[in-house]
Design a protein around this ligand. Structure first.
Ligand code: ADP
Length: 410
């Protein structure tokens, strides 16, 4: 029975891993991947059958023989810890990757045994999400994904899976996009420059037929340039090495400057743009990321709202966190499309996006920034009435500023 349940556990891990990969590659939001801030986790205790400790006496016991026999062959590392995080037992994969031996280290404090501060903090639960990607403390060439599950009678099961191959493939994909966008940048800029020069050339010498063609080519190179920019931005956002120092951002000022740019994008007064800002609270974040988040959402609102429509940009703070919302009175989104629009290059209807010269990457960028900031993206929309995109940042990212007279967050 225990073994059956472990298989279920392993199966669930594989499914979660698969869903994670799919999510990574297709950028599907709100999938049960612990890295995704959109995901609400509930990690309940396993059923009684999983326990192999006599809770009444409080004594830890060696795992039943069939349990250890059966999990010994698993390609995953399985380690059982007691509620004080002392080692009870681990299979041979765990001994190899974490560098302990069942015979020599039984009942030792596992957080002391394991030579990695990252894993130590993960086990101590200091603010990490439910899974950790790290390297084996014994072999830095092996990438691992760790999950830490509570067991009955306040024990824990630490599961580690080798994700070296997955990480290598992710790196290849990321490097390919980074190199492709880097290599394309110069030739496209040259094409763009010449086409711009030609499209500005006044007078005779260019037939009206060619003038039309040049205008068209010029417009398309602008689009390619934007796609390259967006691909580079996505690569930067995916890179774990990207520096992300948070700074206190004056949201009033940030929203004001975005709404001025949006006014220019909208054209002469064709949309009314309103802002409602609680100026008492700053957002702790990376300026270029948050600017990109706001401007992507606002430019979409403009693009997908017919002339004379209304765009409302809000920054609202409650005791639970801060919410940035962008509401429009535009064409809206059908319910069945909502779960897919944050995928890369996903378009509801390519003709409407082509009209707006969109790249299909804007919401993928938004989704990455949301995840990197432990925020949550909500989209509400009614076709032909409008949409509201709200991003809620956790309370830890909100800071009263020196202009604050509001005591909401102390
Ligand atoms: P694009 O560059 O095509 O706008 P995005 O990733 O920004 O790409 O958006 C994906 C799709 O979501 C768009 O093609 C559009 O159909 C839809 N969309 C995004 N924002 C809005 C909005 N405010 N109103 C209606 N549809 C929207």
């Amino acid at each position: 029975m225990i073994f059956d349940n472990l298989l279920i556990l392993a199966g669930a891990g594989i499914i979660a891993g698969g869903a994670y990969l799919l999510g990574r590659y297709r950028n599907i939001p709100a999938k049960p991947h612990p890295e995704s801030s959109n995901f609400e986790s509930s990690q309940g205790e396993l059923q009684d059958d999983h326990a192999f400790v006599n809770g009444e006496t409080g004594k830890t016991a060696a795992p039943p023989e069939d349990f250890s026999d059966n999990v010994s062959w698993l390609p995953d590392a399985i380690t059982i810890l007691d509620h004080d995080l002392n080692l009870i037992w681990g299979n041979s994969m765990a001994e190899t990757w974490f560098g302990f031996s069942n015979s020599g280290h039984a009942h030792s404090d596992f957080t002391e045994l394991v030579k990695s501060s990252e894993i130590r903090e993960f086990l101590l639960g200091k603010g990490y999400p439910e899974s950790l990607e790290c390297f084996s403390p014994e072999n830095p060439d092996i990438a691992l994904r760790l999950r830490f599950l509570p067991y009955k009678n306040r024990q824990y099961l630490l599961q580690a899976r080798d994700i070296t191959r997955i990480k290598a493939l992710e790196n290849i994909r990321r490097d390919f996009i980074a190199n492709a966008s880097h290599e394309l940048r110069t030739p496209v800029s040259i094409l763009y420059g010449y086409l711009e020069m030609m499209s500005e050339k006044k007078g005779s010498g260019i037939s009206s037929e060619w003038r039309q063609a040049i205008k068209h080519m010029h417009k398309q190179t602008i689009r390619i340039k934007q796609i390259i920019e967006d691909m580079s931005m996505l690569t930067r956002l995916e890179s774990p090495k990207t520096p992300n120092p948070p700074e206190a951002l004056d949201m009033g000022e940030l929203i004001e400057s975005t709404s001025n740019n949006a006014g220019a994008l909208s054209g002469k007064g064709s949309h009314s743009i309103l802002t409602k800002v609680n100026a008492n609270y700053d957002l702790l974040g990376n300026r270029s990321e948050i600017e990109s988040l706001v401007s992507n959402l606002v430019s979409n609102a403009i693009h997908y709202t017919p002339a004379k429509g209304r765009i409302t940009i809000k920054w609202d703070v409650k005791s639970s966190g801060g919410t940035l919302s962008i509401a429009d009175t535009g064409i809206g989104i059908e319910k069945q499309e909502l779960s897919r629009i944050t995928e890369r290059f996903y378009r509801i209807d390519s003709s409407r996006s082509r009209n707006t010269s969109g790249t299909g990457l804007g919401l993928a960028i938004v989704n990455h920034i949301v995840n990197r900031n432990n925020a949550r993206l909500r989209i509400k929309s009614i076709p032909q009435k409008g949409s509201v995109f709200s991003v809620t940042f956790p309370r830890s990212r909100i800071q009263p500023n020196n202009r604050s007279t509001d005591l909401l967050l102390g």
